[in-house]
Write a protein that binds this ligand. Structure first.
Ligand SMILES: Nc1nc2c(c(CN[C@H]3C=C[C@H](O)[C@@H]3O)cn2[C@@H]2O[C@H](COP(=O)(O)O)[C@@H](O)[C@H]2O)c(=O)[nH]1
Length: 341
């Protein structure tokens, strides 16, 4: 199998050659300083994945891992063309949007007795059955339903043929290495190969593959099969929210030309130069924030290597973006319709 470029090396290469996006080293340092007191809080740690998010599984078992695999296989493209016309899902008297609408629809299906997280079900699930599971509580359907159907059938068949029907088997084969699990995912599940060509070089982001490893670590609470001795080797997950919050926090900057295109709502294609620069610089910017955070703790004589990593920084920034939607409304997010993020 041809090699898989490292997302961190790709990010450094992109940041070094980027024209319309720049990482602000001073800004990154300031963000690290602003996070310093928060980083040692309990909810910043892996336990926050469950305690802060009611839709995430409470258990740490095979079914919970299968929930994570299903959700991360479909964890892409929730943005809507018009902000006021959105796909929404009502679950237990609460309305959910974006990524959470996906989780709400999955939990609604499970409550209805549909075994949506079981590979033997979603390997042969029909488009009509999927349309029912992801039915909207507004006039706006879930984006990319056909693509979701294709990647679900494809992933279900692989799970059945190669991993006895459960992603937990794949996790066990990784022998507690996040990088090994990442490569098992990339080798076996084509829809996770989130790559591009930039300045004639193959680069990678692997957003869904890396968040699948991270969410597996989180749902298993970093213990047992969920313990990875190299979890800190993962990067943040280059979606369309992290770049927005990094620009809002002044750790990253867009050129006037790019800002104009984003404000006009330009829809970019997967692999466009602007998209690659936004995603690559986001990963590199967060690597710098992590580095600065570690240095701040070292100065205080605290070893936080097990406590601060790109995964926890990512979760924090993503939740921050969710909670500060109004403050960030002047920073447009980049629009690409794809199955990668
Ligand atoms: N970088 C990063 N991107 C993430 C996530 C999540 C949710 N996961 C965690 C959240 C809570 C639990 O801790 C889960 O682990 C979704 N996304 C992406 O965001 C986009 C959807 O955004 P909006 O339209 O606003 O809902 C879409 O590209 C989706 O793929 C994350 O954590 N990090």
């Amino acid at each position: 199998m041809e090699g898989f470029p490292s997302p961190l090396e790709s990010a450094k290469f992109i940041a070094d050659h980027s024209k319309d996006v720049s990482v602000d080293e001073e800004g990154a340092r300031r963000v690290a300083e602003s996070l310093f007191d928060k980083a040692s809080a309990v909810e910043f740690g892996v336990a926050g994945w469950k305690s802060l998010h009611e839709l995430n599984p409470r258990a740490a078992d095979k079914e919970a891992v299968d929930w994570v695999f299903l959700v991360d296989t479909l964890n892409f493209s929730f943005w809507s063309e018009q902000e006021e016309q959105k796909y929404l899902v009502k679950y237990k008297d609460k309305i959910y949007s974006g990524y959470w609408s996906l989780c709400a629809a999955v939990n609604r299906a499970l409550d209805e007795g549909i075994p949506i997280t079981s590979a033997s079900y979603f390997a042969t699930m029909t488009l009509e059955q999927l349309r029912h599971v992801f039915r909207s509580d507004t006039e706006v359907p879930i984006p990319l339903l056909e693509e979701r159907h294709r990647v679900l059938n494809e992933s279900g068949i692989v799970l059945l043929e190669k991993f006895g029907g459960s992603f937990l088997t794949c996790v066990k084969m990784s022998e507690k290495s996040a990088q090994k699990l990442l490569h098992l995912i990339l080798e076996n599940f084509p829809s996770y190969r989130d790559e591009a060509v930039f300045e004639k070089k193959k680069v990678s982001f692997y957003k869904r593959a890396q968040i699948l490893v991270a969410d597996t670590w989180s749902v298993l609470e970093g213990k047992g099969d969920g313990f990875f001795d190299d979890i800190s080797s993962l990067t943040i997950f280059a979606d369309y929210r992290i770049p927005q919050v990094l620009v809002h926090l002044k750790a990253m900057k867009y050129s006037e030309e790019l800002m104009k295109k984003l404000r006009e709502g330009t829809i970019f294609q997967s692999g466009d130069k602007e998209e690659v620069e936004i995603r690559g610089c986001s990963i590199w910017c967060c690597a710098l924030i992590c580095k600065h955070l570690q240095e701040l703790y070292q100065k205080k004589g605290q070893d936080m290597r097990e406590k601060i990593n790109a995964v926890l920084l990512d979760y924090y920034l993503w939740d921050y973006a969710r909670d500060h939607r109004e403050d960030m409304k002047d920073i447009p997010f980049h629009r690409v319709r794809c199955i990668y993020y």
